[in-house]
Design a protein around this ligand. Structure first.
Ligand code: PMP
Ligand code: GLN
Length: 414
């Protein structure tokens, strides 16, 4: 085994997906929709498969199928208010996962520090380490909500002094994930400005994972850190068609940023994966074309999806609140974190076990109640796993019937 793999062999998804398939009847664990992608997207895929498009079965341009990079440049250029060159400012990857992997490989040297905000999407830590980097963690800290109110993901905040103290001359990059998986926190402009100012001051890169950019609720605005002063030149923004079009299995993702950074991502990409499936890229390009034409209109999927998801969120919030599993109301994403403290009598503490409490709890729930969830400690580094170990994460990108089945399990519980 190469040394760079040390300590990276365990993976929460491998472990919990297996548990979910073995025991679960209701799966609110791993994040994926159990409903179909929109018809226009699947139709675009079928069309791409047809005989007259036979060249779509072959290789395409390494750094992104031309129709896809062109429409991505157009669409995001509009959002960013900046002209994007499809050939140099955009690169298509095999999901956002590979985009992240390219970033760590391209920018992180042995001993470089990478600031990661906890709780974080789990792969940032092993990816930083595999590149030789040293992750430096800074937590979002929960503040008590106002009397009688449910906690919101907005109540989890960075301590500005603590964040500033993590930046040093060894810091190469910070990973930002807004909207955040698992909390659903949507970083405010003030919070993003704080991060941006520190990046500029210390000449640090920002790897901005924005895969949930479309899923923002209650009229909140998703702000792109690349649009803040001084940030375009030092930010790589990452997106995912899996999340955007509810087609996680397609594994189409992208990176966007200045050529001075993207040129190095292209080097990693050409020497590893080379390109993402042509047909999937063609269909995603058609999907974006449609969305650009319907921009902001009620028929737009990007307008409809968050509305539907907000209803599902509200439904799950009510269902959890009714049984005393206190939900932290997410401002974005399709995840919701809930407090399991009131359920401790079901799974007593095990003083001899190293395993965080929430992990033992989530395993007990899937085995005994047939409900799959993910323990929050999975989104903390090893040293901090026990700091917040009485929460579990639910995915609510699910059909009504699935959410009802989860509700039945919860209401019968107590
Ligand atoms: N970043 C975050 C925050 C995610 O939740 C996911 C979901 N797996 C990814 C990246 C990876 O996205 P993809 O499925 O497009 O590889
Ligand atoms: N992003 C999804 C989640 O957080 C899936 C992650 C994965 O399968 N690796 O659940």
């Amino acid at each position: 085994q190469a040394r760079r793999l040390e300590g990276t062999d365990k993976n929460i998804w491998v472990e919990f997906v297996k548990l979910a398939t073995t025991y679960s009847t209701v799966n609110l664990g791993q994040g994926f929709p159990d409903f179909s992608p929109p018809d226009f997207l699947t139709e675009a895929f079928m069309k791409a498969l047809s005989r007259e498009n036979h060249m779509l079965h072959q290789y395409t341009r390494a750094f992104g199928h031309p129709p896809l990079v062109k429409i991505l440049a157009q669409y995001f250029g509009k959002l960013l208010g900046r002209d994007l060159d499809p050939m140099t400012n955009v690169m298509v990857t095999v999901g956002a996962y590979q985009a992240l992997f390219c970033c760590f490989q391209a920018f992180i040297d042995e001993g470089d520090e990478v600031i990661i905000i906890e709780p974080f999407f789990d792969c940032y830590e092993p990816m930083a380490k595999m590149a030789g980097g040293m992750p430096v963690f800074v937590p979002l800290r929960p503040k008590a909500p106002k009397d009688g109110k449910l906690m919101s993901s907005a109540d989890w905040q960075l301590d500005p002094g603590e964040l500033a103290s993590k930046f040093s001359e060894r810091t190469k990059a910070i990973v930002l994930n807004s909207p955040n998986n698992p909390l659903g926190k949507v970083f405010s402009r003030g919070e993003l400005e704080l991060i941006a100012d520190l990046c500029v001051k210390h000449d640090v890169l920002c790897i901005s994972d924005e895969v949930y950019e479309r899923l923002v609720y209650d009229g909140k605005e998703h702000i792109r850190i690349a649009s803040l002063q001084g940030m375009w030149d030092r930010t790589v923004t990452i997106g995912s068609a899996g999340k955007t079009f509810s087609a996680t299995g397609w594994k189409v993702g992208w990176t966007m940023g200045p050529n001075r950074l993207l040129q190095h991502l292209r080097t990693v990409h050409q020497n590893s994966v080379y390109h993402c499936a042509t047909i999937a890229q063609e269909a995603v390009a058609q999907g974006f074309q449609r969305e650009l034409e319907l921009y902001g209109k009620p028929e737009s999927y990007f307008v409809q999806l968050p509305k539907e998801m907000q209803q599902k969120r509200d439904w799950l919030v009510q269902s959890l609140d009714a049984v005393g599993m206190k939900p932290i109301v997410p401002e974005g994403t399709y995840f919701l974190v809930a407090d399991i403290s009131e359920f401790k009598s079901d799974v007593p503490d095990a003083p001899d076990s190293d395993e965080p409490y929430d992990s033992r709890f989530a395993k007990w729930v899937v085995k005994n109640k047939g409900l799959a969830t993910i323990p929050l400690s999975a989104f903390y580094c090893e040293a901090h796993k026990n700091n917040y170990n009485h929460f579990i994460r639910f995915c609510f990108a699910k059909e009504e019937a699935t959410l009802k089945a989860a509700n039945d399990i919860l209401q019968k519980w107590k």
